[in-house]
Design a protein around this ligand. Structure first.
Ligand code: SF4
Ligand code: SF4
Length: 433
């Protein structure tokens, strides 16, 4: 813990804090400020709390009290970073603050077991996640999900987890052999399957591979890859995130590819931030930079490399819901919209507040179900106002949260990833609606 305190008191951290000029222009973009209406639940208020810790002005009780409460309530959506005229790197400020809260906390036994199981025993192992997805598919197929939801008997955190299980189809691609390019070959890319994405949203990954192939790319999927570590960083377990990062770097840098493609905004941001995560590791710092330089979000990559535009007509009114980590973290917001506009027949309608989080935010919707529920309600009201029948997004957590949101709001809409829309258009062009 003393290392984290040292980091918060370091000159580098204080320089980052000093970039905040207290103008308050970020307040209106902050979902938790919207929910609570209090300064301490705004970016400016949280930065003031970080400064107080950095100055040594908070007692241990205050750090464990107000500081922990307001830091934990932050979604880490980074909408404040985009809104800030002074270039405050809020994400870089938040990470050690969260680590400090996490190190000082004494989680309950049940939470420790759940975290150990989820973060250490499940997420790094795609095979185990697929077994879980198969069991949950059975739970859905036998009507148990319907019954459990109807009886409404689960405690709040379990209920929050259950609510985001999407309709499951536990059929998976065999990634052992490279998937060859279709048509003129443009190069070779490596594909990041993600952990939850592969187990719970397998059709998105299958569509990603097909769309990349159609655009002339051979797709290889390194078997030794693992979870990106975003969820571990999110809950302050930075050391576990570093270990996963090292494994991914070893797995992907062994391949000769033009790009490392990721289709989940949150995972992509975590991968692009490996140089920051491993800056203090002399063995991996340079490799982390080389790795991150090759990582491209699939929207980013396809917007530059859509060698075969889709021609199949898809008549629908659609809205695109940004992943915060893609929009604010990776600054990728134009590309998915450009790709969707390339689909004949698709009418794209913007939500009123496209920069707003949906409440998924890593594991926030499970850890803070009440606040996440309020943030989701605001997002779904915005989506409903567009009249869209297709809700399109680009991140695992957002996808699952929006499926739950559509059901909760009683909307007649389907949730899809951008690559699924492109894939559908390609299918239709071949006369296969
Ligand atoms: S974070 Fe940026 S926008 Fe918010 S108060 Fe500070 S300087 Fe202003
Ligand atoms: S990251 Fe999101 S929730 Fe946290 S302070 Fe910034 S805008 Fe608010």
């Amino acid at each position: 813990m003393s290392q984290v305190i040292e980091l918060l008191r370091s000159g580098e951290y204080r320089t980052k804090l000093d970039q905040c000029i207290h103008c308050g222009l970020c307040l209106q973009s902050c979902p938790t400020y919207d929910v609570f209406g209090t300064e301490m639940d705004s970016p400016r208020g949280r930065i003031a709390l970080m400064r107080a810790v950095s100055d040594g002005r908070l007692t241990d009780e205050q750090i464990d009290g107000a500081f922990a409460t307001h830091i934990t309530r932050c979604l880490a959506c980074r909408a404040c970073e985009t809104a800030c005229p002074s270039g405050v790197q809020y994400g870089a400020l938040l990470e050690p603050a969260r680590e400090l809260v996490e190190h000082r906390r004494a989680p309950s036994r049940a939470e420790r077991v759940l975290r150990w199981f989820g973060l250490q025993q499940l997420m790094p192992y795609r095979g185990r996640l697929k077994l879980l997805a198969a069991a949950l598919w059975l739970y859905q197929a036998l009507g148990l999900q319907w019954l459990i939801r109807r009886l409404d008997i689960l405690p709040s955190h379990l209920k929050a987890m259950e609510a985001i299980i999407p309709p499951l189809t536990p059929r998976y691609l065999d990634y052992r052999a490279p998937a060859p390019a279709l048509g003129p070959a443009r190069g070779r890319v490596a594909f990041v399957t993600g952990c939850i994405q592969e187990a719970f949203l397998a059709p998105v990954n299958q569509a990603t591979v097909r769309v990349l192939r159609r655009n002339g790319y051979e797709v290889i999927t390194p078997a030794a890859q693992t979870c990106c570590g975003a969820a571990h960083t999110h809950v302050g377990d930075v050391e576990a995130a570093r270990n996963l990062a090292r494994r991914n770097i070893d797995a992907f840098l062994a391949e000769d590819v033009v790009a490392i493609i990721v289709n989940a905004g949150g995972c992509g941001l975590a991968l692009k931030e490996y140089p920051h995560l491993l800056a203090g590791d002399p063995r991996y710092a340079d490799q982390a930079r080389r790795f991150a330089a090759k990582v491209r979000d699939v929207n980013e990559f396809l917007a530059d490399n859509l060698h075969r535009p889709p021609h199949g007509e898809l008549r629908a009114r659609a809205t695109y819901v940004d992943s915060c980590h893609l929009r604010h973290g990776q600054r990728v917001s134009r590309q998915p919209r450009d790709l969707l506009r390339a689909v004949p027949g698709l009418e794209l309608v913007e939500v009123r507040q496209p920069d707003r989080c949906c409440g998924s935010a890593g594991v926030y919707n499970i850890a803070q179900p009440d606040i996440a529920g309020q943030v989701l309600d605001a997002k779904m009201a915005d989506v409903a106002a567009t009249g869209a029948t297709l809700v399109i997004t680009t991140n695992t957590g957002c996808h699952m949260q929006l499926v739950a949101g559509v059901r909760k709001a009683g909307l007649k809409a389907q949730v899809m990833h951008v690559v699924e829309v492109l894939d559908e258009s390609y299918r239709r062009e071949q006369g296969r609606p």
